[in-house]
Design a protein around this ligand. Structure first.
Ligand code: ZN
Length: 151
């Protein structure tokens, strides 16, 4: 099955189930999983053009951020010898932040290179809540046996 722009249906990079695509964003159909990933073709778009960037978010049904709200998110990092998680905090919608990681905007090298999917996010919450949640989330994931990167 092919969709517009000739991009095939992709499976979830976390659980392997089918995804539903809006614009360049793939959302896992399993709500228990809830992972998303950006189609790699998005990186060939003029992401530095704010109008293009905004349209990509709108096409992907990513809601506008609301000032003051914070989120804590978990990225899946996969690549050469790396199978880990990245925990971060953002004032943007987490999917927008994930796209910024992919395009290298305010992004650590490992997240830019290896962010394969966004596993989950929590929020909105206050800044203070997000500061402490980022720490406890990373610790919880480490206790579950994951290698966890943070900024
Ligand atoms: Zn999934």
């Amino acid at each position: 099955m092919k969709l517009k722009r000739g991009v095939k249906v992709e499976t979830c990079r976390v659980c392997g189930q089918p995804t539903r695509r809006s614009g360049y964003l793939h959302r896992c159909i399993d709500s228990q999983c809830g992972a998303v990933h950006w189609n790699e073709n998005v990186l060939s778009q003029a992401l530095d053009d704010s109008k293009v960037f905004r349209k990509i978010l709108v096409d992907a049904d990513v809601l506008e951020w609301i000032s003051g709200q914070k989120y804590v998110y978990v990225l899946l990092l996969k690549g050469k010898g790396i199978d880990a998680l990245y925990v971060g905090m953002t004032g943007l919608h987490p999917y927008e932040r994930y796209l910024n990681h992919k395009r290298g905007y305010k992004a650590s090298k490992c997240a830019r290179q290896y962010a394969t999917a966004m596993k989950s996010f929590e929020g909105p919450m206050t800044y203070e809540e997000a500061i402490s949640r980022e720490i406890t989330k990373a610790n919880e994931l480490r206790e579950e046996g994951n290698e966890v990167y943070q900024n």
